[in-house]
Design a protein around this ligand. Structure first.
Ligand SMILES: [Zn+2]
Length: 292
């Protein structure tokens, strides 16, 4: 889970969202607002196809790797998720900053579950069902990837090879610990064995691609280059110069790094490189990769 850089919507789409939201906000009671929000959301494509096409396209591009779920980073993203659930915060149903693009599995796990902190406190309260909120507070416990950097709250343990997320602050009463712990727990980020296994696999693959990048730069002739890439369905074009072929393959592997699922793994390889001997050597050989 990574922080998502923001993108701006067109004026037309922004206006459409505002109009829909005003309609919801104009309802006389909280219950009516929730009903109206559900109904307008259910018909969002009929009411504003162009606007929601733009929203979905831009949401898919918010993450480092396009088109993967912003939560699990594994499955393809296919649904718009409301960070603040619309059944509890109808006033945020048509708010661009309240959207993520996630897979069906994560959307189901998160559903309308929501915890917030009491004002000026690290005590959490679970918000449930319809009715006047117990507090007007909007201080979410779940990490909000549109406004917060998840990696300031948790670390993906590569050095210890567990490939699980761990809260950075180990004081269980701290706000930071609670945010990390709740997010990890709610989204089954550690519970799902497949996810953990895929992160291990992503780490191995990224290391392999990275090593190839370094080795490609070091090749002295076509034969050496051929040995590095012969299994990677990339025929060598010997009518080109060695440098140009090196560059071509280098960029193929760089692209593999930049489009691999689990982009958090790559971010953590950078952050934890001092504790990962092989990774450290590769970054020393190719420091420009720190910017990838
Ligand atoms: Zn997911």
């Amino acid at each position: 889970m990574l922080y998502l850089t923001s993108k701006t919507l067109s004026n037309e789409t922004t206006q459409h969202l505002q109009e829909q939201q005003q309609d919801v906000n104009g309802q006389s009671t909280f219950e009516k607002q929730v009903k109206r929000a559900e109904s307008l959301w259910g018909n969002k494509k009929q009411n504003g196809k162009k606007a929601f096409d733009e929203i979905e396209t831009k949401l898919k591009k918010l993450g480092k790797v396009q088109g993967i779920c912003n939560y699990c980073e594994h499955n393809r993203s296919e649904q718009i998720e409301h960070i603040y659930p619309k059944s509890l915060f109808p006033n945020k149903t048509f708010v661009w900053e309240n959207y993520l693009h996630v897979c069906g599995q994560c959307n189901k796990l998160k559903s309308n579950k929501c915890k917030i902190f009491y004002p000026n406190s690290t005590t959490e309260q679970e918000l449930k069902g319809l009715g006047v909120l117990p507090s007007p507070n909007e201080d979410l416990v779940i990490i909000n990837a549109r406004t917060e950097n998840p990696l300031e709250f948790m670390i993906l343990d590569l050095a210890g090879k567990t490939f699980r997320f761990v809260p950075i602050n180990d004081d269980i009463n701290s706000r930071e610990y609670k945010k990390a712990h709740y997010t990890i727990d709610l989204l089954h980020l550690n519970l799902d064995d497949d996810l953990v296994r895929y992160r291990r696999l992503a780490t191995e693959n990224l290391l392999l691609y990275f090593e190839k990048c370094v080795q490609i730069r070091e090749t002295q002739n076509f034969e050496e280059l051929e040995k590095l890439v012969d299994n990677d369905f990339l025929p060598l074009d010997k009518s080109q110069t060695l440098l140009s072929e090196q560059n071509r393959f280098f960029h193929e592997f760089k692209k593999k790094i930049q489009t691999s699922p689990h982009p958090t793994v790559w971010e953590e390889m950078k952050r934890q490189r001092e504790f990962l001997p092989k990774t450290k050597i590769l970054f020393e050989a190719l420091p420009e990769a720190l910017k990838w």
